[in-house]
Ligand binder design. Structure first.
Ligand SMILES: Cc1cc2nc3c(=O)[nH]c(=O)nc-3n(C[C@H](O)[C@H](O)[C@H](O)COP(=O)(O)OP(=O)(O)OC[C@H]3O[C@@H](n4cnc5c(N)ncnc54)[C@H](O)[C@@H]3O)c2cc1C
Length: 276
């Protein structure tokens, strides 16, 4: 159950079966000049990402993946197959966007895609300070940034300290708009270590090269949450990143279109993140 089908080019409505993976979705939609901001990896599946939220490479421009779901086909506990949208079964439609796995098994989603072929893609590496100022500067910069810019950062070992690896994606199809959007990022650290930027087709971000069989070969413990980057939080994250067990940690900018939605529209409770 991994079909991806364009239902209507004019309204950009797409039907995606829940077993598809995002690389397949991106590849198919690129034929029509369309994209769905999903997750950051092509091998991730559609089913739970769309019922749970979906923080993608274009999240500040496009919002959460869930924000563009127009209808779902869902099998309920009694075995009935229900088509739910804002007009039919509106309560079910509300609950499935946020608590999907708790209300049934979603067979397919109808999603409004974005008209987009290529994006600006930058990789920037900066040395960080030890107190977490680089992290708070990144968060301050992203809070003021144009919506076209979304970014994710990872803290990685560098010498006796840490470096911040920044992936920035700009929802723009010309270098003229990409350059100014990413220009402040290389200045946020103690020292710039590397930077490169290019225009790439959207499917390059969630590439078919990511696809691999899921056979439980990478057991891991994962936690995640939303937070505001206060000085205390930044210091705590720096502490976690220097833990000798070297956990992998990634932070993503939210805001922008994510905050446009009325909190009652779906079951995503806290879009802005709380301190602590
Ligand atoms: C490498 C990697 C990168 C990631 N990057 C991102 C990212 O950038 N942004 C982001 O938002 N998330 C990201 N994620 C998290 C991702 O959203 C979750 O792993 C999610 O579970 C993927 O959906 P899935 O359908 O593959 O889930 P599965 O692992 O197959 O399922 C998880 C649970 O979801 C439920 N479920 C699955 N399908 C359905 C369905 N059709 N109907 C009802 N319930 C269902 C089931 O209870 C199941 O146990 C990433 C994960 C990985 C491994």
């Amino acid at each position: 159950m991994h079909r991806v089908e364009l239902l209507d080019q004019r309204t950009r409505r797409v039907r995606v079966e829940a077993g598809a993976r995002w690389a397949q979705v991106a590849e198919t939609l690129s034929r029509y000049g369309l994209a769905i901001s999903s997750g950051g990896h092509g091998n991730v599946g559609v089913g739970w990402l769309v019922t749970a939220g979906g923080v993608g490479w274009l999240v500040r421009r496009y919002g959460l993946t869930i924000d563009h779901v127009q209808a779902v086909d869902v099998v309920l506990a009694d075995g009935t197959l229900v088509h739910a949208d804002a007009a039919h079964e509106p309560d079910l439609f509300w609950a499935v966007r946020g608590a999907g796995a708790g209300v049934g098994i979603v067979v397919a989603f109808e999603i409004e895609a974005l008209e987009l072929s290529s994006v600006g893609y930058a990789q920037i590496v900066v040395e960080t300070d030890r107190q977490g100022r680089t992290l708070t500067r990144w968060a301050e910069l992203m809070a003021e940034a144009p919506r076209d810019l979304s970014s994710a950062v990872m803290l990685v070992p560098y010498g006796n300290g840490l470096a911040m690896s920044i992936t920035a994606v700009v929802a723009a199809e010309s270098a003229r708009r990409v350059r100014p959007a990413v220009a402040p990022l290389p200045t946020i650290g103690v020292k710039l270590l590397d930077q490169r930027a290019q225009l790439v087709p959207y499917p390059a971000l969630v590439s078919t090269a990511h696809l691999h069989p899921n056979i439980g070969q990478q057991p891991s413990i994962t936690t995640n949450g939303l937070l505001t980057m206060t000085d205390d939080n930044a210091r705590a994250i720096m502490g976690v990143a220097t833990d000798r067990r070297q956990p992998l940690n990634q932070m993503r900018s939210m805001g922008g279109a994510v905050n446009d939605r009325d909190g009652a529209a779906d079951l995503i409770v806290d879009r802005r993140g709380r301190s602590g």
